[in-house]
Ligand binder design. Structure first.
Ligand code: FES
Length: 364
């Protein structure tokens, strides 16, 4: 269902002198269209507010500064969302956002972001992209909202008229949760080398294919040449762990198994999980909480262990979701591109990959 679409979305001419979106600079996107994919996944389509074109790779994501209230100067929270649009349509980007029970930020986007609104964003980021050169055979294997980078890859492969043999395998709760179903079926109709397999846990609602959870028997039966495929896998951690075990047992080489996860509870060293008794103090000024952070702990893992809630997504210094201002003190930070040097110079840190070197105060 299309919720809203801008009347004069954008200039339809192809301007060879069009400016490119600068991935090193936060800038405004303008929302051109909003539509529902499933009862809880909504797609937002954006253009650069200055008409910029985007240089992208399928599988990448943008980090959005999501306003938590209305009006000028509203508090924002960063969140990264994978692109669901083709990387080969550079004038617009789309993200498909799932409502999360109790999730303030995604739910806020659903409720408040309207056609014509602008939103600050940075990107694209992320290294979970289509392998180059393209392998002969791919398996795009996803569950839940892990489908988003996969649909971007499928659309990009279609736009490139790629000769790769693709199996698109998606697991979800029920038929109603199968996002992009019509588009995927259209891609399959247009290309005999593109096959879609949908695996709902709940078989009601008119689904005539396989039902249940991913298993070696099921995947082996549906994708008998699994070991000959390069696998891109994205979804909740338990799904990815189960899928990986099946892949290893089936003989998929390690180098041919690529993963992405934006789980809210990423796997971390168990060393970090216990509340520390000795270490530096970390004060989270907005929550008026002070905790002790051990020598082996990141600020995020110590906060989690002691019940301080911080926004986070990748927990690996990649996405920028946890970015916060360091009010005082010093940290050692080993990030993976989720923060820019000028932000570090302005006093921001990523608590997921920062260990205190002194007592610290953080604006969170
Ligand atoms: S949670 Fe992704 S950079 Fe910190």
């Amino acid at each position: 269902m299309v919720v809203e679409r801008m009347k004069d979305g954008m200039d339809l001419t192809c301007d060879p002198a069009a400016r490119w979106w600068d991935r090193e600079t936060d800038a405004d996107l303008v929302c051109l269209a909003v539509h529902d994919e499933t009862p809880d996944i909504r797609t937002f389509t954006f253009a650069g507010a200055q008409g910029q074109s985007f240089a992208l790779e399928a599988g990448q994501y943008f980090t959005f500064d999501v306003p938590l209230e209305s009006g000028e100067g509203a508090a924002t929270e960063p969140r990264c969302y994978s692109l669901s649009s083709s990387a080969l349509r550079p004038r617009t980007i789309a993200v498909s956002v799932k409502r999360v029970p109790g999730g303030r930020v995604s739910n806020r986007l659903h409720e408040a972001l309207r056609v014509g609104d602008t939103i600050r964003a940075m990107g694209p980021s992320g290294a979970f992209t289509l392998p180059r050169p393209l392998p002969e055979k791919l398996l795009l294997l996803s569950a839940g909202s892990g489908i988003t980078p996969m649909i971007a890859m499928a659309r990009t492969l279609a736009d490139a008229a790629a000769r790769t043999d693709v199996v698109f395998f998606h697991a979800a709760r029920s038929l109603a949760d199968f996002a992009f179903a019509a588009d995927l079926q259209a891609l399959a109709r247009a290309n005999p080398r593109f096959r879609v397999i949908f695996l709902p846990e709940d078989g009601s609602g008119g689904h005539f294919g396989p039902v249940g959870r991913i298993s070696a028997e099921l995947l082996g039966a549906l994708v008998p040449d699994l070991a000959a495929r390069t696998v891109l896998c994205c979804g909740p951690a338990p799904f990815m762990a189960a899928a990986r075990a099946i892949g290893v047992a089936a003989g998929v080489p390690q180098a041919a198994w690529l993963e992405e996860s934006f789980d809210l509870a990423p796997v971390e060293s168990t060393v970090d999980d216990a509340p520390a008794k000795t270490g530096f103090s970390a004060t989270f000024s907005r929550q008026n909480r002070t905790i002790t952070v051990g020598a082996d702990q990141t600020l995020l893992s110590a906060a989690r262990a002691q019940g301080v809630v911080l926004p986070s997504s990748c927990a690996n210094g990649l996405c920028g979701t946890c970015k916060a201002r360091l009010v005082s003190g010093q940290v050692a930070m080993a990030h993976n591109g989720g923060i820019r040097q000028r932000e570090i110079d302005a006093g921001f840190i990523l608590p997921c990959c920062a260990r205190p070197l002194t007592d610290v105060v953080i604006e969170r």
